[in-house]
Every structure is written in structure tokens, then in C-alpha cells.
Ligand binder design. Structure first.
Ligand code: HEM
Length: 150
């Protein structure tokens, strides 16, 4: 947080790293259209498979130390959180921009974000990754300071 508040230009990459690590759409269904061999797994035409965006976003070949949140990760934006190919998310640019603007605004107004309770839970959902609840505390940035920065 301190790093971002010192340099708001880092927020863009921060957003990509958040999307990589949290993968809000964690997976999606696909129907196999023709008999296929993937590595040593036979996939028969008509089978239902689930592709996992979240797993590919932790692929150690692509993202070394993928379990580590790294604001400066050089290839963070190579994540698959918006899918890939013909069904690539139509709202990707909008969603990314909204996150960037929201974080920039928040960073100007609050500081010292911390967990108020550490019993946060994720929703039991195989497709969408999201928190059931998360209690946080933070301090307010002095108005004069926030106004001069903005
Ligand atoms: C952080 C927010 C978002 C995430 C993580 C996300 C993720 C995704 C993913 C993974 C897919 C691909 C699904 C697949 O491969 O079958 C997708 C498709 C799609 N998304 Fe998003 N999305 C987000 C926000 C939005 C927004 C804001 C809009 C609209 C304004 C949107 C509209 C769509 C549409 C229309 C598709 C279907 C594209 C197609 O099948 O051709 N998404 N999204």
C-alpha cells in the first residue's frame, strides 16, 4: 500500500496482479468438439470439461513464485482471468479501468488497511472466486493531504 501511495502509476500493474492472484472467474465449462489428446489424457468428443483460469494463473513456468503477490511482477498482465481467444471477456478493458480508478481514489483517501478479523471466508463456488465477508479497518488520510495529492 505504501508503495502504491508513493507512486500511483504502479496501480495499473497492481490491478493485473490482483486479477492474476484472485482470478474472480476461476474456471469455465467447455464441451470437447472432437476427440483430443491433452498430454496423456484422452478427451472424447462430447465430454464436459472445466478449464481452470486460476490454476493457469499460478503456473510456475509462467509465473515463478506464483503464490507470492508481487506488485512489480513484469508479466502480471499475462493472466487468463478474462479468458482467452474467441470468448475473451468483452468487459475486460472496462473492468480493469474501473478497478484502477477505484484503487487510485481509495489510496488517496485511506491508509493502513488491515484485517479487523482474520476469519475471512471464500464463497463455496467452483466458478466464481469471491469473499463471503472480509472485515477491514483503515485510517483516513487527512483531507488537506488528500486534496493536495488529487
Ligand atoms: C473483473 C471483472 C470480470 C472478470 C474477471 C471477467 C471474466 C470473464 C471471463 C473469464 C470470460 C470468458 C468466459 C469463457 O471463456 O467462457 C468473460 C466473458 C465475458 N465477459 Fe467478462 N469479466 C469481468 C467483467 C465483465 C464486464 C464488466 C463485462 C461487461 C461490461 C463483461 C462481459 C463479458 C462478456 C459479454 C463475455 C462473453 C464473451 C464471449 O463469450 O464472447 N465482463 N468474462
Amino acid at each position: 500500500m505504501k508503495l502504491l501511495q508513493t507512486d500511483l502509476s504502479q496501480v495499473e500493474n497492481f490491478v493485473e496482479e490482483v486479477l492474476r492472484m484472485e482470478s474472480p472467474t476461476a474456471g469455465m465449462w467447455r464441451v470437447v468438439t472432437q476427440d483430443t489428446k491433452l498430454e496423456d489424457v484422452d478427451l472424447k468428443a462430447g465430454s464436459l470439461v472445466m478449464i481452470r483460469f486460476d490454476a493457469s494463473n499460478r503456473d510456475p513456468i509462467k509465473f515463478p513464485e506464483g503464490e507470492r503477490f508481487d506488485v512489480r511482477r513484469h508479466n502480471a498482465s499475462n493472466h487468463l482471468s478474462f479468458g482467452y481467444g474467441i470468448h475473451y471477456c468483452l468487459g475486460a478493458m472496462l473492468a480493469g479501468k474501473e478497478m484502477q480508478i477505484a484503487y487510485e481514489r481509495l489510496l488517496l483517501r485511506i491508509k493502513n488497511i488491515r484485517l479487523a478479523q482474520d476469519d475471512y471466508q471464500y464463497l463455496p463456488n467452483i466458478l466464481m472466486r469471491g469473499l463471503k465477508h472480509l472485515y477491514i479497518e483503515f485510517d483516513k488520510v487527512a483531507v488537506e493531504q488528500s486534496e493536495t495529492q488529487h
